[in-house]
Design a protein around this ligand. Structure first.
Ligand code: MTE
Length: 320
């Protein structure tokens, strides 16, 4: 007989799921099954980047390994409530973000790799196996969404450039163009936006490079043409509009860490037990609904990532 021992990151279902959904589990399961069967997201006309030549690649086959316990956030809600400080420090940046030219777009990959490269985004897309994934998305400001991302697993790109044995971290850097991005003219911010992962985190199967949203090429406010999605970490780790990836033996210092190290750390794993000084992390607000639900450690992705942190003291989850 197989005895299943609950693991540390698992909450009782009643604690992890909104009560109404828990009581109505049968309907929830029916809904999730229907969503899985429904196949990939099919694009609606709104929020499409009209200068994106990769449109013919969409919709993408959905990878059914990644399931949701909640409904997908309505596209309009998601596309009109964004953090993208290059275009302003408020949530309604979507209009301004349309100024970002996404072709030509070159990704530079350098540092401790055998095969450094500069590659145009369409050449890169031609080499990568694109798929659709439904992921949760959780901001340290305690709001949450659920999103159909299109893109590829970062591990495929890492294998292409062959990191050197000494490479321990991967740094991601956003474009730099203060002429177009008014936020980058605010010189008190440490532009360009930077983020970092350990190489093990970067190779994890959850680590996803996003090129599309809602069944079509990503709209610019989501970080077109290339952004990260790290569903077990707070959203600030998921750098948008990436122009450079650098392999290094030094832990990168991120944009927010430079600004306020006591509030934004390197790890930033979703954890209900450790509050941000300004936002309790015990629960989260599901955007597009009036629901507030308990936060789950690693945002519910413990089965994929908990082993990465087995030697990390839990109290360092957010601030170190
Ligand atoms: N990437 C860049 N380049 N600039 C940013 O301001 N904001 C981060 C992250 N990536 C940000 C960024 C933060 S704080 C969050 S919560 C998410 O993007 C928001 O992603 P969304 O707008 O798609 O929800």
């Amino acid at each position: 007989m197989l005895i299943r021992i609950p693991r540390g990151w698992e909450l009782k279902e009643s604690a992890a799921t909104p009560e109404s959904a828990y009581l109505d589990r049968r309907n929830l399961m029916k809904g999730a099954a229907a969503a899985a069967l429904a196949g990939p997201f099919v694009a609606s006309a709104a929020w499409t980047a009209d200068d994106d030549p990769s449109a013919g690649r969409y919709p993408l086959q959905r990878n059914i390994k990644f399931t949701l316990d909640r409904e997908v956030t309505e596209e309009k809600v998601n596309a009109t409530y964004n953090n993208f400080y290059e275009f302003g420090s408020h949530k309604q940046i979507w209009r301004d973000a349309q100024k970002l030219p996404i072709r030509p777009w070159t990704l530079k990959i350098d540092g401790m790799v055998q095969k450094p490269m500069e590659i145009g985004i369409d050449d890169l897309l031609a080499k990568m196996p694109l798929e659709e994934r439904l992921y949760r998305h959780r901001c340290v400001e305690a709001w949450a969404m659920a999103i159909p991302w299109g893109g590829f697993e970062l591990s495929h790109l890492i294998k292409l450039v062959e990191p050197l044995a000494g490479a321990k971290y991967v740094q991601f850097e956003t474009f730099m163009n203060p002429r177009l991005a008014s936020g980058q003219r605010q010189t008190w911010y440490p532009w360009p936006y930077r983020e970092g992962l350990t190489i093990d985190e970067a190779m994890n199967e959850l680590t996803f490079m996003v090129t599309g949203t809602y069944g079509k090429p990503a709209a610019k406010q989501f970080g077109a043409p290339l952004r990260l999605a790290l569903p077990w970490k707070y959203g600030f780790k998921s750098a948008k509009s990436i122009a450079r990836i650098t392999f290094t033996d030094q832990r990168p210092q991120s944009f927010w860490e430079v600004i306020q190290p006591s509030e934004y750390g390197f790890w930033a794993n979703v954890n209900p037990a450790f509050n941000h000084p300004r936002w309790s992390q015990a629960s989260e607000r599901l955007l597009g609904s009036d629901k507030r639900v308990p936060t789950v450690i690693y945002n519910g992705y413990g089965e994929f990532v908990a082993s990465l942190y087995k030697d990390l003291p839990q109290d360092r989850a957010l601030f170190s």
